[in-house]
Design a protein around this ligand. Structure first.
Ligand code: C2E
Ligand code: MG
Ligand code: MG
Ligand code: MG
Length: 294
């Protein structure tokens, strides 16, 4: 009896594995041409000053609008792109597109342009020998002030090969771009080596916020991280703020910036434009969302 069901289990498992492998191969195959087919696009999630409520920047997040399967999120294809090397061309495209969009906003939105744009960089991209040149090219081609571009790297990425990563980050910082540590607190970097990294911003992983009410330790940890960041002159962005209760706790800790569904989900270009036009401090008569359509 047990043997039977055991075997049946294996059959199912086998088929699941094969289906998974096939799905993976399909994604890999189709990713190769996704750029040419113009199926990739970026959405932008606002980063908000928790003191003024103003938009401090946007994070560019990739989406794959597949001709048959519809919208595919990055969790389903970024790791495949990374393992196969396709991330190199996708990453280039993301950088180019983010900078192009920033230049377009400067024309159409003027002073309402988000002050900064944050672009996720994968490990393989960061280690490309010509990565600095690629970044330089993107900012010069679109004439972006370099300090407005933030590159987001994760702590595990830089902990993996510390010396090399630090050297690359230094070189990038010389271009004037800013470096964010993404998903901070989830990797295994010790707080004590944080000062060695040439970075500007700590983005605290949304796990911290999610556990803030339930687990006492998370509050204490967050508090410690914020104090340390302050000491090292780093800005803090807290990710994944979903409700007012969380916001109150986070504000009480003196966190400067936040990102999350409470403020806004990632937005299309059109919707981001509506967002920045409706959250200014200008009196309503000065708002004219339709005058700046792209
Ligand atoms: P990330 O860089 O940490 O981005 C934040 C993720 O959290 C986004 O998921 C965002 O939609 C989601 N998020 C934002 N606010 C909330 C919230 O309040 N609650 C919850 N539950 N989630 C929230 P998304 O867009 O699916 O991206 C997932 C990950 O994929 C990103 O995590 C990033 O690591 C990677 N990624 C996205 N775009 C790119 C890209 O252009 N290049 C690379 N290399 N990786 C990317
Ligand atoms: Mg990110
Ligand atoms: Mg993150
Ligand atoms: Mg993440």
């Amino acid at each position: 009896e047990a043997k039977k069901s055991g075997r049946a289990h294996y059959v199912v498992f086998d088929r699941d594995l094969r289906e998974q492998a096939e799905a993976r191969l399909r994604i890999e195959y189709e990713l190769h041409t996704a750029i040419e087919r113009r199926e990739l696009n970026l959405v932008y999630q606002p980063i908000i000053s928790l003191e003024s409520g103003k938009i401090e920047g946007v994070e560019a997040l990739i989406r794959w609008n597949h001709q048959e399967h519809g919208m595919i999120g990055p969790e389903r294809f970024i790791s495949i792109a990374e393992e196969t090397g396709i991330i190199e061309s996708i990453g280039n495209w993301v950088l180019q597109e983010a900078c192009r969009q920033m230049a377009e906003w400067e024309k159409t939105l003027g002073s309402l342009t988000p002050p900064s744009i944050h672009v996720n960089v994968s490990r393989r991209q960061l280690l490309l020998p010509n990565f600095c040149r690629i970044v330089t090219q993107a900012i010069t081609e679109h004439n972006i002030a370099s300090h407005r571009l933030h590159l987001e790297v994760t702590e595990s990425m830089i902990m993996h090969d510390r010396e090399t990563s630090i050297a690359i980050l230094r070189e990038l910082k010389q271009l004037g771009v800013q470096i964010d540590i993404d998903d901070f607190g989830t990797g295994y970097s010790s707080l004590s080596c944080l000062h060695e990294f040439p970075i500007d911003v700590l983005k605290i992983d949304r796990e911290f916020v999610a556990n803030l009410n339930q687990v006492q330790n998370f509050g204490a940890l967050l508090h410690t991280i914020v104090a340390l960041a302050d000491n090292l002159n780093l800005k803090v962005v807290v990710e994944g703020i979903e409700n007012g209760e969380q916001l109150t706790l986070i504000q009480a800790m003196g966190c400067e910036f936040g990102q999350g569904y409470l403020f806004s989900a990632p937005l299309t270009v059109q919707r981001l434009q509506d967002f920045v036009c409706s959250t200014t401090e200008f009196p309503p008569s000065n708002r004219n969302p339709t005058s700046a359509s792209s």
